[in-house]
Structures are given as structure tokens and as C-alpha cells.
Design a protein around this ligand. Structure first.
Ligand code: ADP
Ligand code: MG
Ligand code: ZN
Length: 494
């Protein structure tokens, strides 16, 4: 009963999509998107900038009367899930005009000539229905710099792009068609696309801040039954790095769990589970007590103990050995401090590296070098990456405050990182490697020392973790305080 009610929203709006064109995959048109600016939260600047586009569509005379040229193209730039499509639909919804959309990625697999003719069809239909919005998602898939060689010369893509440029030049700015395109790679776009009269306006749509996340949660909580124990502020606090889509998914996931558990309202428990599910993966059945389980427990306790005793880390939120989908055996996670996941100072980074090595350090300390497992693989990758940055970019080693690598390919949290040509001599490369090793070995030694010197405490925590499968931060600190004589308040207030 509750399920239908709670889920209805996720499919709303897709019902009235229609298609045109002669061949299979086409563009689609929604006569009414039904999306309003009120449905978009957390990206206020982008909204403000685009408010004007609504006015262009509704009252073009106001601009043409004074001789102002209405822009034709707006490029929305930002990582996935931040609400670019939603925003484009909201413009159409607010202006009460039809919404034509197509995705650049659909052109990639087509036969020569099909993409270009599809673009022609799209503009023809749009002109017949002006005023309207044309939305081109993932424009980078067609709009890459021509002849740039990624994937070799792609005739089809170039023909499609040329057709798009021709169409954009082929109508006046005041015909009431506004083209909105979205991308997360503005740097690869063909410069011809960005010339005046084409996509000459760029609007950034970034991951939301704390306030933004709160706003987005409010939008998506509107149609859900939340128990009074659920604090949207607290959720916003705990979800730095979440996009609007992640937040929407998380609330929906929580609602599904609520229905599945036959509860009347979403409680903090469902929210917790939904956040873990989005960030870490699905819960799987716990392992039986076995050597593997013990090893996992030592590994996670290694992380959790270091997180608790090292001064420059956020305190532990919880540690668990309930396995998750995606090969996760367990995890220890900190309470996010404030708005964003920022570690900044040298000592914070060093503590972070030490904590990340804590899992492997515990395995090695307790089971010996030959028994260490692959469980630390991603920890080790994280460490290697951070240590390298300390040396080559942040100027935090005794090679001095120099940036040896620019890392300018690193768009949006390094998702698109590509190795670059060497920017330094071979000799420097050797020195860099030596510094990186020094950092990692020093932190690893420190992690092992702390685990060794607190062996009784570690064993006690491991037994408890095997027994309970999850230890919350408070309970964990109580035990650590007992064994180390460090006051509990001090461990909690970092
Ligand atoms: P993008 O196009 O940037 O990848 P979408 O617009 O497709 O992101 O977002 C997917 C879904 O996530 C939206 O339909 C909406 O439910 C939710 N969402 C994303 N950003 C926001 C936002 N800023 N405000 C409200 N909901 C959002
Ligand atoms: Mg999108
Ligand atoms: Zn680990």
C-alpha cells in the first residue's frame, strides 16, 4: 500500500514522451515537462542565470524591442547527477514550452549520415514548435574537438557536429528556440561550438554544498512520510560529495526499505541503511566465524583504532564487518566533520595515510607478512595516490614547495585522470619515488607501532566486533578510553 504511494514520483513525467523521425533511436519531445524551478534545489546561481532564459522565451519582445540579441545556446557544465537535465526541463516547464531532447551518446554508434539527418529533423520539428527548448545531453560525445584523434577520425561524429553547427547558424536568435547542452567535459569540446552565436553562455552546475544538499533533501522529502526523528539537516551534514541524484536515490531507497519493513514512516534507521547502501553497497549475509572473518575484523579494527587515536582525523562513526556487494568485507568510517571531505594540512594527510595503512598494518602485525591479503588493495592505492600528490603537487616533502606535476587533467575529483607526459627529469623521478616511499614507510611503521603497543585493546575490540558485527563510535571510544587512559571526550572531540 505504502509502496505505490512512495514510488510514484520516480516514474512521473516520463509518460508523455513522444518520438519523431524515420529511424529507430530518435529525439524525444515532451509537450509539458511539468518540472518547475521549485523542483530544483541547491544550485541557486545556475537557477538565477537561467531565470533569464525563461523570460527570453516568454517575453522575447522585451529584448528585441531594445535591439538585444537573445542567446541561442547555453552550455551547462558539471558532474553527473547534479541536475542539468532537470534544470533544462524546469526552464521549459516555467516557460510553458515544449522540450525536445537528444543525447550525444546516441550518435556515436550510428551509420554515416544518420546523425546529421537526425539533427536536421530535430531542428525542423523544433522550428515548427517554437518557442521551445532543445536539450542536447552529453554533447561532448559528438562535440569533441574535430581531428583530435581520440578514437581516430570519426566521420560520422564530425558530420553530425558540422550539421549541428550549420543548424545553429541557420536561424536567428529571436525565433524562440533556445538550445541547452550539458557536459562534464567542457575542455574537450570543439572550439567552434563555443563561438559567439553558438554556446556562448556557460553555466556551472556543481555538486551541492551543505545548504544545497538540505534544499535538495527538502524537495525530495516533500512527498514522503518522514518520522519526526529524521533530521534533514543531519542527513545533509553526513552526505558531503553526494550529488542531487544520489540524494534523491538515497531517499527513495529509504522509502523502499520502509515499505519493505512494513513501517508507516521513514525512520533514521532506513536513512542510515540507505546512505550506506549508496556509499558502500548492499549488505550481504555476515560471514561465519572463520579465519577470514577474524582477519577482516583485525583489518577494520586497525583502521578504526588509528582513526580514533590519531589527533588529526575525524572521530569514528562506526566500524563493521558486515560484507557488502562489490567485494567490500567491512569498513570503518569517520563522522564527516563539516561541509566537505577536506583534508588539507600536512599532518591531516599524514594521519589519513596512516589510518588507510592501518588495515594492512594490523594484518601484518597479527598474522605475519605471509598471511596478508588483497583486502588492503584499495587502501594501498589511495595511499600511493595521496603520497604522490604530497610530493609532486602540494610541495609537502623536503623536495621543497614545488609543483612537479600540474594535474590539470584532473577534472571533477580525478575521475578523468589521464597519465601525462613527464614534466621532470629521470633523476627527479627517482627522487620523487624515494620521497613517496619514505612517507609511506614512515606512516606504515607508525601504524604498526600503535597496533603493537595496544595489542590487548586490539584483541578486545576484535572479539567484540566479531560478536556484534558493528561497533558504533561511542561504544568504541569508551573501550579505547578504558585501555589507553585517554579521556573519552578527548577522543570524541577532534
Ligand atoms: P544530470 O543531468 O546533471 O546528470 P539529472 O538532472 O538527470 O542530473 O538528475 C537526476 C535526478 O536527480 C533528477 O531527476 C532529480 O530527481 C535529482 N536531482 C539532481 N539534482 C537535483 C537538484 N539540484 N535538485 C533536486 N533534485 C535533483
Ligand atoms: Mg542528465
Ligand atoms: Zn582497509
Amino acid at each position: 500500500m505504502g509502496l505505490l504511494l512512495l514510488l510514484r514520483r520516480s516514474s512521473a513525467g516520463s509518460g508523455q514522451a513522444m518520438s519523431f523521425g524515420k529511424s529507430r533511436a530518435r529525439f524525444s519531445m515532451e509537450a509539458k515537462t511539468g518540472v518547475l524551478f521549485d523542483d530544483v534545489a541547491g544550485i541557486e546561481e545556475a537557477k538565477e542565470e537561467l531565470q533569464e532564459v525563461v523570460t527570453f522565451l516568454k517575453k522575447p519582445e522585451r529584448f528585441t524591442a531594445v535591439g538585444a540579441k537573445i542567446p541561442k545556446g547555453v552550455l551547462l557544465v558539471g558532474p553527473p547527477g547534479t541536475g542539468k537535465t532537470l534544470l533544462a526541463k524546469a526552464i521549459a516547464g516555467e516557460a510553458g514550452v515544449p522540450f525536445f531532447s537528444i543525447s550525444g551518446s546516441e550518435f556515436v554508434e550510428m551509420f554515416v549520415g544518420v546523425g546529421a539527418s537526425r539533427v536536421r529533423d530535430l531542428f525542423k520539428k523544433a522550428k515548427e514548435n517554437a518557442p521551445c527548448i532543445i536539450f542536447i545531453d552529453e554533447i561532448d560525445a559528438v562535440g569533441r574537438q574535430r581531428g583530435a584523434g581520440i578514437g581516430g577520425g570519426n566521420d560520422e561524429r564530425e558530420q553530425t557536429l558540422n550539421q549541428l553547427l550549420t543548424e545553429m547558424d541557420g536561424f536567428e536568435g529571436n525565433t524562440g528556440i533556445i538550445i541547452i547542452a550539458a557536459t562534464n567535459r567542457p575542455d574537450v569540446l570543439d572550439s567552434a561550438l563555443l563561438r559567439p552565436g553558438r554556446f556562448d553562455r556557460q553555466v556551472m552546475v556543481d555538486l551541492p554544498s551543505f545548504r544545497g544538499r538540505l534544499g535538495i533533501l527538502q524537495v525530495h522529502a516533500r512527498n514522503k512520510k518522514m518520522s519526526s526523528g529524521v533530521s534533514l539537516e543531519a542527513i545533509a551534514q553526513r552526505t558531503p560529495g553526494f550529488s542531487g541524484a544520489d540524494l534523491a536515490n538515497m531517499l527513495n531507497e529509504a522509502a523502499i526499505l520502509t515499505a519493505r519493513r512494513r513501517k508507516e514512516e521513514v525512520t533514521p534507521l532506513e536513512i542510515d541503511d540507505a546512505i550506506d547502501r549508496i556509499t558502500i553497497g548492499l549488505k550481504l549475509t555476515p560471514l561465519l566465524d572463520s579465519k577470514k572473518k577474524r582477519l577482516t575484523a583485525y583489518h577494520e579494527i586497525g583502521h578504526a583504532l588509528l582513526m580514533t587515536v590519531l589527533p588529526h582525523s575525524d572521530p569514528l562513526d562506526k566500524v563493521t564487518i558486515i560484507p557488502r556487494s562489490g567485494g567490500v568485507g567491512g569498513f570503518a568510517k569517520p563522522v564527516p566533520s563539516d561541509d566537505d571531505i577536506n583534508i588539507e594540512s600536512r599532518s591531516e594527510i599524514l594521519d589519513f595515510i596512516t589510518i588507510a595503512l592501518g588495515g594492512r598494518a594490523a594484518e601484518e602485525e597479527i598474522f605475519g607478512h605471509d598471511e596478508v591479503t588483497l583486502g588492503a588493495m584499495s587502501d594501498i592505492r589511495t595511499v600511493a595516490d595521496l603520497a604522490r600528490r604530497m610530493v609532486t603537487r602540494y610541495g609537502m616533502s623536503d623536495l621543497g614547495p614545488v609543483a612537479l606535476e600540474s594535474g590539470n587533467n584532473e577534472l571533477f575529483f580525478g575521475r578523468d585522470f589521464m597519465p601525462q607526459g613527464a614534466e621532470y627529469s629521470e633523476e627527479m623521478a627517482t627522487q620523487i619515488d624515494r620521497k613517496i616511499r619514505e612517507i609511506v614507510f614512515r606512516c606504515f611503521g607508525e601504524a604498526r607501532r600503535i597496533i603493537r603497543e595496544n595489542r590487548a585493546l586490539v584483541d578486545r575490540l576484535v572479539d567484540l566486533l566479531i560478536d556484534q558485527e558493528t561497533i558504533e563510535g561511542d561504544q568504541f571510544r569508551k573501550i579505547v578510553a578504558e585501555y589507553t587512559q585517554i579521556p573519552e571526550e578527548q577522543l570524541a572531540a577532534k
